[in-house]
Ligand binder design. Sequence first.
Ligand code: HEC
Length: 135
Amino acid sequence: MPAFAMRKRWLVASLWTALLALVGSPVAAQAPSAARGQTLFEARCTACHSLDANRVGPALRTVVGRKAGTAKVYEYSPGLAGAKHRWNRHMLLAWLTDPEVVVLGQRMGYRVEAAADRADIVAYLSAQRKKPDYK
Ligand code: HEC
């Protein structure tokens, strides 16, 4: 085989390797991480929430799969108390994006801007239940 053909093969092979590395890395970075979610939860939610006690906001350990507005002995806004949905992954992601879009008249004055952060926080919350709900 002539030398130029060898070089061309080598070039094509290294271009593929570079391309696969480029395509592969963001996919790996997007897999939700419950561990990172825990750090985010502790930094951004625990000012108002804890897992097992009601604070400014309701206790969140069992929130995944729970009907909205039904933590025991917590005084919800009329908006959230009257909500009809259950909290699954999809609803939690929407809630953290903009709570008012999910429940009109709610009173959680907080949003999580980055989609990756929302996904990690929800992965963490899902891992707090015995049966994680990834619907
Ligand atoms: C500034 C205080 C505050 C912060 C920060 C906050 N929340 Fe809340 N959260 C509330 C309040 C208050 C409610 C109850 C809202 C209502 O009754 O309308 C609530 C309600 C909720 C609910 C609904 C629970 C249920 O029982 O229906 C979820 C889920 C939730 N918060 C998740 C989070 C997560 C996750 C974070 C962190 C990213 C967070 N919140 C940060 C105050 C806060």
